[in-house]
Design a protein around this ligand. Sequence first.
Ligand code: ATP
Ligand code: MG
Length: 253
Amino acid sequence: MSTPAQYLLETQNLELAYGAFHAVNGVNLKVEAGTIHTIIGPNGAGKTSLFHCLTGERQATAGAIRFNGQNIIKKPAHGRVGLGMARSFQLTSLFQNLSVRENLRLAAQGRDGLGALNFWRHVDSRREHLEVADQVLERLQLTARAQTLAGELSHGQQRVLEVGMSICSKPQLLMLDEPTSGMGIDDIPIMTQLISDLGRDHTVLLIEHNMSIVMSISQRITVMSHGQILVEGTPDVVRADERVRVAYLGEAA
Ligand SMILES: Nc1ncnc2c1ncn2[C@@H]1O[C@H](COP(=O)(O)OP(=O)(O)OP(=O)(O)O)[C@@H](O)[C@H]1O
Ligand SMILES: [Mg+2]
């Protein structure tokens, strides 16, 4: 029997090259199960590129990615979803003309693949999907808006719904790239609370620029700069590290 993996997600010397330029340049990331692990770093540091490699949206040009101990580097994006990795949907993937509940039901259905085509199984699963949708609605505190068209929600609520859709597949690992971007100041506490709440039963890998959110909800922080890991540690360690301050100052200069 193989020993269980120490980390839920681990990369080894991961690289993503765009031509001669290495956006991700030898990253060894270690994400412990059950944590909210946040990646920060100046614009262009390679955070989104790293996510693209993890989700399979782009093929890493070198290195390994282990999820639950299994090297998934060759798996296509949908195969990674099947293993329990999910990334937040983008606004464009919301069905603006369907209700909030229907959007969630469809997201819950998405994880079943072709099995959902069998009629009797279909009746049963439809009920299950609605149950998942209703649980997620409560979690998002959107139960009162269940029948509202997604397109009529505020921008902030639409972003909350996006995150909700990604948890309908019951992933082990949830990857969120700047979930608060473009959100009004009034909606930010709702998203912060939601991510913190999701951290109780998912492992969350988050990219976020808002430092007060990062420092308040993360157990671990990885700071990236120029495609590499600059510093890794708890919020206190990262806050006190001079190299982090210099990296951000360099961006402003
Ligand atoms: N398709 C591409 N082709 C060439 N270069 C790219 C491509 N996508 C990103 N880059 C470059 O790779 C580097 C890293 O970009 P990336 O989007 O990963 O940064 P980031 O850390 O997510 O930044 P931000 O905080 O602004 O979102 C940048 O220099 C960017 O210009
Ligand atoms: Mg980015």
